[in-house]
Each structure stands twice: as structure tokens, then as C-alpha cells.
Design a protein around this ligand. Structure first.
Ligand code: F6P
Length: 319
């Protein structure tokens, strides 16, 4: 292993830059050459590749987004595109690759490693939807962004005596909703993993109003969908004016939290270590506060489950 490449792919996540920095610096420390591949697998196919040195990753640890930019490449999914990518890796003399991204990016990494090319995956997505790792890079920052938004919404919710629905990202995973809901003291959390009962939600809102409660925050994960329909039904059934806020891509940006930077820094260095040990087709992650690595095929099969205890706690604390 003399030269490695690093790329970011799929939806960006705060902390990706800290991971790029870690991969680059750990590789240079171990006397490897490093190249940065722009725009994920698409840039790989197009040979959009630059040499990296220790200064290329200076002053980026605190920045959201990704200096390597990101993309979801349809071409890489085709056999022709995939072969082009393999050719480019050979032409540039790249011996190993670190892919920072979510499950879609990992499927690309799996294809590369199954074809014999040493590839390591780092989980970078705000969704926290990968079962093999407790946390993905970007999740903690996204949760904090939502928690800050909830605090702002509480102010206006109380002033007007309204209910506020907040739709958060996460694709099919309810983790952002659950963690931000617990930290933000939301009255109701609606996630795709657990059926919700509209009677119960409306009853809680009405009994809150009777007690003189002025605000109400209802978090809806995007996997549930239809936040405006939910708002309409709540307003009709409770007579409480209800507004909707879609957090959208606000959750994808911003300076990464210390937790995301530490995770990214640890996982970046670990992936370089694995490549140096001659390992391939593995992903890195964090389990019970320990940095771990696992076979990529196995990791992608691990089911992602919602933390039922945490969900039950939110119910107890929001009575
Ligand atoms: O996977 C990250 C994510 O932000 C999801 O939460 C969301 O469903 C999706 O990406 C949005 O994708 P795009 O940025 O392409 O609109």
C-alpha cells in the first residue's frame, strides 16, 4: 500500500471534513501518498483527482459540508461506469480507497472490494440509519441543530398558544426525531418505526391546554410524511392553531459538534490503519463507545432498530 484515495459520497454530513483530514494526516504520518477524489464515485469515473498534503486539510476540522464535494452517481451503478472507475484507480496508481458516506456509498464500496480493490467505509450521514454502528458522523450535529430550532419554536409557540409540528430528516429512520425530541422536550414524537395514535396525541394536546400549557412541539420524522395533513387533523380535532416547520437541509450544514469531530477523527485514522494491515471490504464504526470494524457485507445486513427504551422515556417525560 503506497497511495490511497479518499472520497465523500451521497448526502453530505457535518464532520465529513474532519474525517477527510484524519484520513489524509494519518496516511501521511504513515508515509503513504494521498489523493482526494472530487464528487464521490462520479469524480472517480471522471478522474477528478488531486494530490493531498497535510496543508490541503488545514483549517477544515470545524467546517460543515465536504471540501471534496459529494454526489450520488448513477453512472457508477452501471457496469460500464464501474469498469471506468476501476481503470481510473489503476491509472492514478491508487492502491486503496476510503469511502465516507451512507448505505448507498457503502454498496459502491462493497462492489469495489468484492472485485478485489481494497476499500474501507466510514459512516457519514446525518440519518444514523446504519445498524452496525451506534452513531454515524453528522448525526449529533443534526440533532443539535434540531434541538436549537425547537427552543426557538417553543418561544413563538407559547406566545401564540399554538402547536408546532417540526419535520426532521432521517429517510426511513426515526433517530433524529427521537434524540432531538428527547433533548428538546417535545410533547409528541412521530417516527416510522412505531405506530402513532392520533386520538392519544389530540388528547394530550387538549389536556395540556386545560392545564394552562401554552406550547406544544410535535416532531414528525420525514419517513412518516404528510406533516401538513397531520397539522390539519390536529387543528380540526383540537381547535388548537397548528403550524408546520420543515427543517430540511438546514440539518445538513453547520459546524460539526465536538462529538462528530472526535468520531470522524477516530474513524478516519482507523480506516488508514486497516488499509495498512492489508484489510479490505470493511467498514468502521463505534459500538459501546469503542471504535470497531466489520465486514462490509455483514455490516449492511445488520438491522437498524429504534431504541425502544428511549422512546418509552420520551412518553414518560412528556406527560
Ligand atoms: O441521507 C441524508 C438525507 O439528508 C436524508 O435525511 C434525506 O432524506 C435525503 O438525504 C435528502 O436528499 P437530497 O439532499 O438529495 O435532497
Amino acid at each position: 500500500m503506497k497511495k490511497i484515495g479518499v472520497l465523500t459520497s451521497g448526502g453530505d454530513a457535518p464532520g465529513m471534513n474532519a474525517a477527510i483530514r484524519s484520513v489524509t494526516r494519518a496516511a501521511i504520518f504513515n508515509e503513504l501518498k494521498v489523493v482526494g477524489i472530487q464528487r464521490g464515485y462520479q469524480g472517480l469515473i471522471e478522474g477528478d483527482i488531486q494530490d493531498m498534503n497535510r496543508s490541503s486539510v488545514g483549517d477544515i476540522i470545524h467546517r460543515g459540508g465536504t471540501i471534496l464535494r459529494s454526489a450520488r452517481s448513477k453512472e457508477f451503478m452501471t457496469e460500464k461506469g464501474f469498469q471506468k472507475a476501476l481503470d481510473v484507480l489503476k491509472i492514478f496508481g491508487i492502491d486503496g480507497l476510503v469511502v465516507i458516506g451512507g448505505d448507498g456509498s457503502f454498496r459502491g464500496a462493497k462492489k469495489l472490494s468484492n472485485s478485489g480493490f481494497p476499500t474501507i467505509g466510514i459512516p457519514g450521514t446525518i440519518d444514523n440509519d446504519l445498524g452496525y454502528t451506534d452513531f454515524t458522523i453528522g448525526f449529533d450535529t443534526a440533532v443539535n441543530t434540531v434541538v436549537n430550532a425547537i427552543s426557538n419554536l417553543r418561544d413563538t409557540s407559547s406566545s401564540h398558544g399554538r402547536a408546532n409540528i417540526v419535520e426532521v430528516m432521517g429517510r426511513y429512520c426515526g433517530d433524529i426525531a427521537l434524540y432531538a425530541g428527547l433533548a428538546g422536550g417535545a410533547e409528541n414524537i412521530i417516527i416510522p418505526e412505531i405506530d402513532f395514535n392520533m386520538d392519544e396525541i389530540c388528547k394530550k394536546l387538549i389536556s395540556g391546554r386545560v392545564r394552562g400549557k401554552l406550547h406544544s412541539i410535535i416532531i414528525v420524522a420525514e419517513g412518516v410524511g404528510k406533516p401538513y395533513d397531520i397539522a390539519k387533523e390536529i387543528q380540526e380535532r383540537t381547535d388548537i392553531e397548528t403550524r408546520v416547520t420543515i427543517m430540511g437541509h438546514l440539518q445538513r450544514g453547520g459546524t460539526p459538534t465536538a462529538q462528530d469531530r472526535i468520531l470522524a477523527s477516530s474513524l478516519g485514522a482507523k480506516s488508514v490503519e486497516l488499509l495498512l494491515q492489508g484489510k479490505k471490504g470493511r467498514v468502521v464504526g463505534i459500538k459501546d463507545n469503542k471504535i470497531v470494524d466489520q465486514d462490509i457485507d455483514e455490516a449492511l445486513l445488520v438491522e437498524k432498530n429504534i431504541d425502544q427504551e428511549m422512546y418509552d422515556l420520551t412518553k414518560i417525560l412528556s406527560i
